[in-house]
Design a protein around this ligand. Structure first.
Ligand code: ZN
Length: 517
């Protein structure tokens, strides 16, 4: 029995987390339609569910996480015509871009990325079965799901069958009712198509998720995730397809993350922004997004910010809330994170050990801190409990990050109070306490995918190695200037370095430097 509780969109309440099969968790997250390079909005779901998977694994679950790639779709067809590139080639290019971004963000926890076009046979079979059971009908080469046959339709979005399904022009007259949605679309001349019992065509968007989740995770799996904008119609339709076919719940818990919005414009820049849910809302949103840097290719964002800073930024808001995008805010987060990086260097000065090499507990029960001992250890244990409480409460990563800050401040205070940078003050029990506290910081950070390796700007490689040598040289020149009592020169060096973002700090053991992003 875990202490984890999750907010389920289906019941509109927090429920205890109990997987369908003891000890195992299956997660399905709706992935991108690969027709354009990813922007930061495409990283929101993956970062959140990466943390959720890590936390569940830390709690002893064996987790399988599936993210689908929509590589056939109206948008892909349109974009491939615009650019004069074949659809499969466009999809390959944009999938590679998405994968590079996930890798840069340290999201290496996804087990499978099924592609819609690799599952056409299964999609046709699934659709045929729905027709055979009377839940779907063929109409002029299209196949539609008959919403009137599903008494549960609307149970996720808590709405009644009303509006358009966003299929767009020309299909209305082929449907029995405007609420029906396409499982299969007949091909127009020049469009990519696969043979089917209903003639050449391609799958609708919703059906791929029903098919691939069932194939990889089973009829009923544990967590289905996605952006809030997917609740209706996409997830509602997935439920209709799957549950009408097999008569069992599709997923036990439906988790929806808030979308990213431009903080000034209130325009969305994340999630499936381009999925029309109704009318021309899409066009309005794209107009707003295009004015925001948040819509620029994520590779540009990565050139400017540390991946870890972006991860920190995305996790510092509770996943169900909207994220206000602003570069200013990301910069602030980056500056705040220097607290951790400075502490890691301090830890190295005190103990001689590398924070990133510290062994830590990968399992919750193994990391438990025995009562008694040094007062610091007791405080660390309290912080750890608080962190776990936050994460148990519907994965409150924002609260958990707040606890990490409290913990690092506590460790710094201990090092100050006990003067641990002075070798003569380093009593074994104090050293054991600070090591224990730092290991706990590493253990908890790891559940959010944080502090896995030093940030890029601190890792010596290529140009960075040269910069590092030059900075060290300037620090030496400054030390020489001070020795010669040329304080004006020493000050000039310090200030000039600060102007280009290199911050010097004079310490008992010498001058330390950090680069501020
Ligand atoms: Zn989906």
């Amino acid at each position: 029995m875990t202490k984890i509780r999750v907010y389920n969109t289906l019941s509109k309440s927090k429920e205890p987390f109990e997987p369908v099969r003891a000890g195992k968790v299956g997660i399905y997250l709706c992935g991108p339609t690969v027709y354009k390079p990813s922007h930061i909005g495409h990283m929101v779901g993956p970062v959140i569910f990466d943390a959720i998977k890590r936390y569940l694994a830390y709690n002893g679950f064996e987790v399988t996480w599936v993210v689908n790639i929509t590589d056939v779709d109206d948008k892909l067809i349109h974009e491939s015509h615009q650019r004069g590139v074949a659809m499969p080639e466009l999809a390959r290019e944009m999938t590679a871009d998405y994968m590079r971004n996930l890798e840069a963000m340290g999201i290496d926890t996804v087990d499978t990325f099924p592609r819609a076009t690799d599952n056409i046979d299964e999609i046709i079979r699934f659709t045929s079965q729905l027709i055979a059971k009377g839940f779907a009908y063929e109409s002029e080469g299209d196949v539609y799901f008959d919403v009137s046959k599903d008494p549960d339709y609307g149970k996720l979005s808590h709405r009644t069958v009303d509006a358009m399904q966003g299929e767009g022009g020309g299909t209305a007259e082929r449907k029995r009712s405007s609420g029906d949605f396409a499982l299969w679309k007949s091909a127009k001349p020049g469009e990519p198509a696969w043979p089917s019992p209903w003639g050449p065509g391609r799958p609708g968007w919703h059906i791929e998720c029903s098919v691939m989740s069932q194939r990889l995770l089973g009829e009923t799996f544990d967590i289905h995730g996605g952006g809030l904008d997917l609740v209706f119609p996409h997830h509602e339709n997935e439920i209709a397809q799957s549950e009408c076919l097999h008569g069992r719940p599709m997923a036990k818990y439906w988790l929806h993350n808030g979308l990213m919005q431009a903080s000034d414009e209130q325009g969305k820049v994340g999630g499936r922004t381009t999925r029309p849910a109704a009318g021309d809302r899409e066009a309005q949103e794209i107009g707003k997004i295009s004015k925001s840097r948040g819509a620029s290719p994520f590779s540009e964002m990565l050139a400017e910010f540390e991946p870890e800073t972006i991860r920190f930024f995305l996790l510092s808001t509770h996943y169900r809330r909207p994220i206000d995008f602003s570069e200013e805010r990301i910069r602030e987060v980056g500056a705040g994170m220097e607290t951790f990086y400075r502490y890691f260097k301090r830890y190295q000065r005190i103990t001689g050990g590398d924070f990133y090499q510290l062994a830590f507990s990968a399992r919750r029960e193994e990391g438990a801190i025995p009562a008694g001992g040094d007062p610091l250890t007791a405080a660390v244990a309290e912080h750890r409990d608080k962190f776990l409480e936050d994460m148990d409460d519907d994965f409150n990563t924002g609260g958990a990050i707040g606890v990490l800050f409290e913990l690092v401040r506590r460790l710094n205070k201990y090092a100050d109070d006990e003067k641990l940078e002075d070798k003569k003050q380093q009593a074994p029990e104090k050293m054991a306490a600070i090591q224990q506290g730092t290991r706990t910081l590493r253990e908890l950070g790891a559940t959010l995918g944080l502090f896995r390796k030093p940030p890029r700007q601190q890792a010596p490689a290529g140009d960075t190695a040269l910069s590092e040598k030059l900075i060290k040289l300037l620090i030496e020149v400054r030390a020489e200037a001070r020795k010669a009592k040329n304080f004006a020169m020493a000050d000039h060096i310090r200030k000039s370095l600060a102007e280009i973002g290199v911050i010097l700090e004079d310490r008992p053991g010498g001058t330390e430097w950090t680069i501020q992003s």
